[in-house]
Structures are given as C-alpha cells and as structure tokens.
Write a new protein. Sequence first.
Length: 169
Amino acid sequence: MEIVVGLPRDPRGKLLAGAEAAQRVREWHRVGRRTVFSNGCFDLLHLGHARYLAAARALGDALIVGVNADESVRRIKGERRPLVPERERAELVAALECVDLVCLFPEDDPGRLIAELQPRILVKGADWAPEAIVGKEVVEAYGGEVKTVPLVAGKSTTRLIETILERYR
C-alpha cells in the first residue's frame, strides 16, 4: 500500500471528519502541498463526477472532497434522495485515485467545512457563477483561489435516473 504524507491509498483511510481532517490538511500545508477542495452530493457516482474531480485534482497536490450527508441531500434534492446512503457515497468518492481526503458534512452548503480546512484552491463546476460559489470570500480572504472546471455534457445524476426509469418501467 502506497503512503503519501501518512495518507493510505485505501479508501477507508481517506474518510476523516472534523479535527482529524483539519489536522491532515494543516500537515499538507506545512510541507508545501497545494490543497484543492470541492464538494457535492455524488448520489449515483458517474463519469461526469469522475472527470470533474480529476480536473479539480490536477489544479493542486491534494484533493479534499466534501460529501453532503443524507440529511442535507434530502433538503437539497427532495425526500426521495439520496438513493445511495452517505457512507457508501463517501467511500465511492474516496475510492477514486484522484481523491486524497473525503469529509461528510450535514449542512446544506460546505461553508463551515471550507473555513475549517482552509484549502488553497476552491473548485466547482462551470455551471456555477464564480460569485455564487459558497466559500469564495473565505478562500480569497487568506489568499486562496477559486476556479471552475468544465462539466461533461450529458452526464448527470438526474439524467441517469431518467434513463433508468425509462428503461425499467
């Protein structure tokens, strides 16, 4: 098993919360790693997610992904979501080679988590207007950058759910 600054490549070793996650990020900053943060629900992980996260990781040295907990997914997406429980969604995201750390968060937006972790780069998909990206002011206040990356056309959880419903009615 490869170790990167004490980080096991085992997906289970990438799932951290609170103070432990913040400590890991501070350790990375201390040794000069540029941390990148992004977030999402990742309910039905698909190619668009994988490419988006790989593009985010390419902007720095370590990618931290905030994954919305079930309670926040329900508030954001509706009572019939999530389809995949939070722990499974977090582990699937952690299993991606480009992801270095995963944190579940219960809030509807990652503002608190961003303020706690202080990533050097904050990334969202190009469907977000830069001024609407949660955490932008916090990251820019300490000299960090906010960037957007292109989405993969036609790839979304909504589209995937629609395809499943059409084919299996």
